[in-house]
Design a protein around this ligand. Structure first.
Ligand code: GLU
Length: 230
């Protein structure tokens, strides 16, 4: 089981994402990556092997941005290469994923028929393309994620960023754990409380099937039916 972190921060987040991922190293992983939004534009860095390789890459090619997601991968579908490392992105969305999308083959075939171009061998990448397809039909990010979650079978914790949305992060869980960390004008997502310990001691865990829409000042949690929950 690998790791997910997300930070809606008040300052640059790339360094904090790496620190949080280091706290999840105990889970094991084969590659890592982060994505941030800078002035609305998604950018990412990924690397095979240890987090130090990603940190070295970031020293040479820094990532600005006050919002970001990070991932340590334990490959289940596709080799442990940089290309298969998360985040997976389209022009609209970046996603990190823990777990397995069991029905990815059928979803991938349909998406390719509809014109999606895949850049990895992972099961995860279908999630990025599904959300993108829903958004291209005019759905908001939250509605696009809700429509996508209904199509997924398997186990997952997911975190999403959206092009042009500097104050929005969406998380979801089914099978794999995901925690929300509440900061002061900041919000966090993490696979567990240990990842978030340096940032906040106010944590809540999503219940199975729940998904959450975060801004720096708000948390809205929904169940599988889209009903708002406490
Ligand atoms: N199934 C995904 C992959 O192979 C995620 C694996 C993980 O949980 O790290 O890329």
């Amino acid at each position: 089981m690998c790791g997910i972190v997300g930070i809606l921060g008040s300052g640059p987040v790339a360094g904090h994402l790496i620190d949080a991922l280091k706290r999840l190293e105990y889970r094991g992983y084969d590659s890592a990556g982060i994505a941030t939004l800078d002035h609305g534009q998604l950018a990412r860095r990924r690397a095979e092997g240890k987090l130090q390789a990603l940190a070295t890459r970031l020293e040479k090619e820094p990532l600005a941005g006050k919002i970001g997601i990070g991932h340590t991968r334990w490959a289940t579908h596709g080799r442990p290469t940089e290309n298969n490392a998360h985040p997976h992105t389209t022009d609209r969305v970046a996603v990190v994923h823990n777990g397995i999308i069991e029905n990815f083959r059928a979803l991938r075939e349909k998406l390719i028929k509809d014109g999606a171009k895949f850049g990895s061998e992972t099961d995860t990448e279908v999630v990025a393309h599904l959300v993108t397809a829903e958004m291209k039909q005019g759905k908001s990010p939250a509605d696009a994620v809700a429509a996508t979650l209904k199509q997924l079978r398997g186990a997952f914790a997911l975190a999403f960023l959206f092009t042009g949305e500097d104050d929005l992060m969406i998380g979801a869980r089914k099978g794999s754990p995901l925690a929300i960390g509440y900061g002061n004008g900041e919000m966090f997502l993490g696979s567990d409380a240990i990842a978030l310990a340096p940032f906040t001691d106010t944590i809540s865990y999503l219940e199975d099937g729940d998904w959450v829409v975060l801004t720096r000042k708000s948390v809205a949690i929904y169940d599988e039916q889209g009903k708002s929950v406490e």
